[in-house]
Design a protein around this ligand. Structure first.
Ligand code: EPU
Length: 347
């Protein structure tokens, strides 16, 4: 276990915010963490407590006055297999994409569409990462956690994780109670390609490559790289906003606006979200407000995907991102009456 005071978080948030925390604690095993809490030593640490993964979905708005926890539990192991299914367990600190590589190399279906998402496996299960028509919840079997109330380990089955669009009980109802130690995934040896999102199918079926998890992974990586900025080159935290889910009546307002501007045949991109609700791509709404490729000071709106705010120079301060967020949100509200919500967690 490593405990450090006044620790810089610059390398631990992909937005590249130059912030620090009063205390930083990194642990290498579940046993270490259980023992630490059982001994009462947590009471010597500055509060509040915050657990981070790869820092790829966070915006630190200022220096953090409490203790940041981070897991170095890194392993991937096969647990069992039957009837074409294989269970694997991955430590919370394992890079999520290492799990995707493991599955691609072993011909296991289930996470290939989630290839290339930055961050660590524990955080992936907390926020139910999703891309190209798949979400991690589709393959989570159970999540193994440290329970800060009972000071013991607890296994939570996927159906009890309260999974929804980029959310779970770990972010909502039980926030702060459970710390993910490892995640058990259920993968399939039987081919289960999910290719319905956008142009994924045509891209996967182009050429004569056999459709394997490794092939789908390579196509997904190509699409991602063509649309999303690489956080190691330009600071960002992926989608900054969630795609809003609005009542059909709000969608009609948007559609009327678009058709009066672009003609009666114009189709606003949208997805049926059930029960009279519609999901509209925030990227489209933001682009309509003229923000795509916008640049101001050290920050900007990515030119290929306006859902992503970027630290253009690497020198951005949190207030610059927050200012841009406020203005984008206000313009979407003014033009469409739709309230964008951040997807990135503000700390
Ligand atoms: N669009 C535009 N202008 C653009 C780009 C996109 O109008 O410049 C519209 C298009 O209609 C396009 C639609 O937005 O069809 C959807 O775009 P895209 O496929 O890029 O996906 P997204 O809805 O913008 C979501 C996730 C991403 C994930 C992609 C791919 C959220 C908040 N974001 O973005 O996740 O990679 O789908 O599946 O749900 C992340 O969570 O950090 C993330 C990057």
């Amino acid at each position: 276990m490593r405990i450090e005071n006044n620790h810089s978080l610059l390398k631990q948030n992909t937005f590249g915010m130059d912030v620090s925390c009063a205390c930083y604690l990194e642990y290498g095993s579940a046993e270490e963490l259980v023992e630490f809490f059982a001994s009462g030593r947590q009471f010597t640490l500055p509060e509040p407590f915050l657990h981070i993964g790869g820092g790829s979905n966070l915006l630190f708005t200022k220096d953090f006055p409490g203790t940041v926890f981070h897991s170095r539990i890194r392993f991937i192991k096969e647990l069992s297999g039957s009837g074409g299914n294989v269970l694997i367990e991955a430590g919370a600190g394992t890079l999520w994409d290492d799990v995707c590589v493991f599955c691609a190399e072993n011909g296991l279906w289930g996470v290939e569409n989630l290839s290339g998402i930055p961050g660590e496996t524990g955080a992936a299960a907390v926020q139910n990462i999703g891309a190209y028509g798949a979400e991690i919840k589709d393959v989570v079997e159970e999540v193994r956690c440290f329970d800060a109330v009972t000071l013991a380990m607890k296994t939570i089955k996927a159906e009890d994780c309260g999974y929804g669009y980029r959310t779970s009980i770990f972010k909502e109802g039980a926030k702060g109670r459970y710390t993910v130690m490892s995640v058990v995934l259920r993968l399939s040896e039987t081919p289960k390609p999910r290719l319905e999102y956008g142009h994924l199918r045509s891209a996967v079926e182009a050429g004569d490559a056999e459709i394997t998890p490794a092939h789908v992974r390579s196509v997904v990586l190509e699409i991602r790289n063509s649309k999303l900025p690489d956080p190691s080159k330009i600071g960002n935290a992926g989608s900054f906003f969630k795609n809003p889910i609005v009542p059909k009546s709000s969608f009609d307002v948007v559609e009327n606006y678009a058709r009066s501007k672009y003609g009666k045949e114009y189709e606003v991109p949208h997805f049926d979200a059930g029960s009279g609700f519609v999901k509209i791509p925030a990227a489209w709404l933001i682009e309509q407000c003229g923000w795509k490729g916008y640049r101001e000071g050290n920050v900007g709106v990515y030119e290929k995907q306006p859902l992503v705010l970027v630290n253009v120079t690497g020198q951005a301060r949190p207030y610059e991102i927050l200012g841009l967020e406020t203005r984008i949100t206000a313009s979407v509200r003014n033009l469409f009456g739709i309230e964008l919500e951040p997807e990135v967690e503000h700390i």
